[in-house]
Write a protein that binds this ligand. Structure first.
Ligand code: NI
Length: 167
């Protein structure tokens, strides 16, 4: 297992659109294991492969308190969405920044599991928000893209300052 470096906003690589996984093989399963280790260490509740500079459609989520309910979604697609909710979101790629984003309240997602088997999941609440947030990453979108231009500029400036300080 390995901890993977997480890209930080406004890194342009966060805006790449990820491609579909063609075969769910050991390479993908190793990626998921490494992503899980990285997410738990951060700690975070979700991580998309795009955030570790792998531009393939893989994401993981664990919203359990015990941190033992890892969910893996390969080639996820939202096939149904309904309702509306506003949630304060954060992101491992934008450390220290939280803001409110409006999303669908319920989603039905179709994806492949670690064996390459398709499954369908109905989600609501935090899980639904998290799925939408992570799929956005695969589409090259970070949650700050939903905020005002002014807020985006402020966040980018703050991130750059933090990155300089960390060097
Ligand atoms: Ni994120």
């Amino acid at each position: 297992m390995a901890l993977l470096p997480i890209l930080h906003y406004p890194d342009p690589r966060l805006h790449k659109v990820a491609t579909k996984v063609r075969v769910v093989d050991d390479r993908i399963r190793t990626l998921v294991r490494d992503m899980a280790e990285t997410m738990y260490a951060a700690p975070g509740i979700g991580l998309a492969a795009s955030q570790v500079d792998v531009h393939e459609r893989v994401l993981i989520i664990d919203i359990s308190d015990a941190r033992d309910q890892l969910q893996t979604f390969i080639n996820p697609e939202i096939v149904e969405a309904s309702g509306e909710c506003e949630t304060e979101e954060g992101c491992l790629s934008v450390p220290g920044v939280y803001d409110v984003v409006r999303r669908a309240e319920r989603v039905t997602v179709r994806a492949l599991d670690l064996k390459g088997e398709p499954f369908t999941l109905d989600a609501d609440g935090l899980l639904a928000v998290c799925i939408q947030h992570e799929i956005d990453h695969l589409d090259g979108k970070v949650f700050v893209d939903y905020l005002s231009r002014l807020k985006q500029q402020r966040i980018a400036a703050r991130m750059k300052k933090q990155q300089r300080a960390a060097m």
